[in-house]
Structures are given as structure tokens and as C-alpha cells.
Design a protein around this ligand. Structure first.
Ligand SMILES: [Zn+2]
Ligand SMILES: [Zn+2]
Length: 360
């Protein structure tokens, strides 16, 4: 089958023919229908995440089950599925505590040690148990969830990572009450999903902040009540003005130190800053501990939308089909696998919302 392989950091992915094994016990073979291209794929290519080459990237997929291994009872050939990097073991304290996205055994290699993917006789890495930049995926069953057949598979793929990360930050990580004021910093795929989560919970003012004002048309369509152009004046002062002293919730969806600091300063008394964007591990941020105490502000991280994806993703699919979650607007282009490198370039330049690879 054809796959996009990372042979070395900072090099274009190479489109190769590689071999995929038959399912072992507990595994599912999926024909990939679509795969979103996520910023984490780019982080891997740039050496920012500890994933060694050679490796097939891609971790935001949808597809159709082709075969199942021994003992698999939750899936059957023909099922429509979404894949998620938050595979869960089901028995560790985080899984049992209802926070499977923090599972300590997320990467589920085969018990017999054989590779799922090969090139010639050599094992080939599989990113996040998924490796969705390929015509087929061989996954542990606990990396997959079954969805309704009437959900379009290209839009379903977005739910696999970016939409779940943003939507879940608003719906799971914190408790937004109807009427609360919410600020979203960064109107990329994750930020726009967090913005929609705020709208779905019934937030009052929903303020989109971005330095690229062309994104405000789509932000307004998805539920923003106000937009702040961070390239024109002080965005903290603008948010303070719009909210009468700071918002109840501020979501940082970019992952830069300056915007993290702005997020804390945009948060009002008693409010919560939610850090969704991944700041590079070497960086630190400054903020005043006294403000946190005297104004009882909270800062929390949000990882993968605090997901329990087998519960959340079918619900997000319902939201889409009910007309409450907009996904069509979030797809900037649909491309074949052979154009993956151009798509990564577009992402480097910040020119695309969400690009989706479509397989035949
Ligand atoms: Zn991702
Ligand atoms: Zn676990």
C-alpha cells in the first residue's frame, strides 16, 4: 500500500509502497477514508516530538473496517470508524478514574514484538498507533471508535484530533455556564473548535482573538460575537474593555509564550485560563502569583480535549448532523496523499485552516 514516510527530520515525506500485516488478536485493519493534517505531524517532521524515523505519520483519521483480529467484538468489517491517539489500556489508575486521555500505556505495541508495518524486512514506525498517511491502518481496537454510517467520512476525520482537542477543552476540561464570557486566542482548527464548544454551552460574549483578521469571517460564522485583531493595538486592553475587566474563560489555542501571558492577563477575577496550545518544552512563562491568589484566578492545561473518545466522538458526530457543530467551514482543502508535502508547507506558512487527505 502507499504511505507517506518520514525518512529524516526536516525532509519532505517520501511516498512509498510499504507492507501492512494482518490483524493480530485485539487489532483492527481499517481502509483509510480521510486524514486531517494536524500541527503535531509538522512538529514531528521538525524534530519537536520524540518520534524516530522511519515512520508513517498521520493521526487524524476516519475509515472503514476491513478485517478484525481474534477476540475483537466491538468492530466488524464495514463499520465506519474514527481513530484517536488517546488509546486507553482500561486498567491503569487514570483510565479507572475516568481520565483515559492521561493513560500511561497509550502506545500499545504488539505483545509478540512484531511490527505492524514493514518496508522489505525492516520494521517501519507507526505514529500514535494510527499512521493515517497511508491507504490502510492496522490499529489496536482501543484506538478506534465506531460512528454512524450517515456521517461523511472526510468531516469525521477532523473529529479524530483537532476538533476533539478544541471542543473538549470547552466541554470537558472546564465548566462554562450559560452567559459566561469566553475568549479564544488563535482561530486555527483547534481554536475554532473551542469557539464552537463555547457556543454550544451557551456562553455569552465569545471573543475571537487573532493576528490574521481574514479569519474573522469564519470565526463569526461559527459563533464569535466579537473579534479582536491582535495585529492592531493591545489585545489585552481590547478584551478588558469588551468584558468589563477580563473574561470568565480564556482559551490559548496557539502555544506561544507571549499569547500565554496575554491569556492570563485577559482572564478576569475568579476566571480560568485554559492552555490548549502546546508551548515548546524548553520555554517558560512569567505571570504574577499574587494575581492568582488575590483575584483567585486559575490556570489549567487541557490535553486532547480531556477526551473519553468512545463517549465523546459519537456525540460530536451527532452535534454535526444536528447542525450544532460546523465542520464543512473548517476544511480549507481536500488533497490526494501525493500532495502531503505541499500541505505541510502551507501549514508552515499558516495559510490553511484544515487540510484533509482523501483516499479513494
Ligand atoms: Zn493532532
Ligand atoms: Zn490506562
Amino acid at each position: 500500500m502507499k504511505a507517506a514516510v518520514m525518512r529524516a527530520y526536516n525532509e519532505p515525506l517520501s511516498i512509498e509502497d510499504i507492507a501492512i500485516d494482518d490483524p493480530n488478536p485485539g487489532e483492527v485493519l481499517v481502509k483509510t477514508a480521510a486524514s486531517g493534517i494536524c500541527h503535531s505531524d509538522l512538529h514531528v517532521v521538525e524534530g519537536g516530538l520524540p518520534v524516530p524515523p522511519p515512520c508513517v505519520l498521520g493521526h487524524e483519521p476516519s475509515g472503514i473496517v476491513e478485517a478484525v483480529g481474534e477476540g475483537v467484538t466491538d468492530f466488524a468489517p464495514g463499520d465506519h470508524v474514527i481513530g484517536c491517539l488517546s488509546a486507553f489500556c482500561g486498567t491503569c489508575k487514570f483510565c479507572l478514574h475516568g481520565r483515559p486521555y492521561l493513560c500511561m500505556s497509550q502506545f500499545l505495541p504488539r505483545l509478540d514484538g512484531t511490527p505492524r508495518l514493514k518496508t522489505g524486512d525492516d520494521p517501519m514506525g507507526q505514529f500514535a498507533n494510527l499512521a493515517s498517511f497511508a491507504e490502510k491502518m492496522l490499529c489496536p481496537e482501543r484506538a478506534l471508535v465506531k460512528i454512524r454510517d450517515d456521517m461523511p467520512l472526510d468531516r469525521a476525520s477532523l473529529i479524530g484530533c483537532g476538533v476533539t482537542t478544541g471542543l473538549g477543552a470547552a466541554l470537558n476540561t472546564v465548566d462554562i455556564k450559560a452567559g459566561d464570557s469566553v475568549v479564544i486566542i488563535g482561530c486555527g482548527g483547534v481554536g475554532l473548535a473551542a469557539l464552537q464548544g463555547a457556543r454550544i454551552t451557551g456562553a455569552g460574549k465569545i471573543i475571537a482573538v487573532d493576528a490574521q483578521p481574514w479569519k474573522f469571517d469564519i470565526a463569526r460564522k461559527l459563533g464569535a460575537t466579537d473579534c479582536v485583531d491582535a495585529s492592531d493595538g493591545d489585545p489585552v486592553a481590547a478584551v478588558q474593555e469588551l468584558t468589563g475587566g477580563g473574561a470568565e474563560f480564556v482559551f490559548e489555542c496557539i502555544g506561544l509564550v507571549p499569547t500565554v501571558q496575554q491569556a492570563v492577563n485577559m482572564t478576569g477575577r475568579g476566571g480560568t485560563t485554559v492552555l490548549v496550545g502546546v508551548v515548546p518544552v524548553q520555554k517558560t512563562a512569567d505571570f504574577s502569583p499574587a494575581d492568582l491568589v488575590l483575584q483567585e484566578k486559575k490556570i489549567t492545561g487541557s490535553f486532547m480535549g480531556s477526551n473519553r473518545f468512545r463517549f465523546d466522538m459519537p456525540k460530536y458526530v451527532d452535534f454535526y448532523l444536528d447542525g450544532r457543530l460546523f465542520l464543512d467551514e473548517m476544511i480549507s482543502s481536500r488533497i490526494p496523499l501525493t500532495e502531503v508535502n505541499e500541505a505541510l508547507d502551507q501549514m508552515r506558512k499558516g495559510q490553511a485552516a484544515r487540510q484533509v487527505i482523501i483516499f479513494d
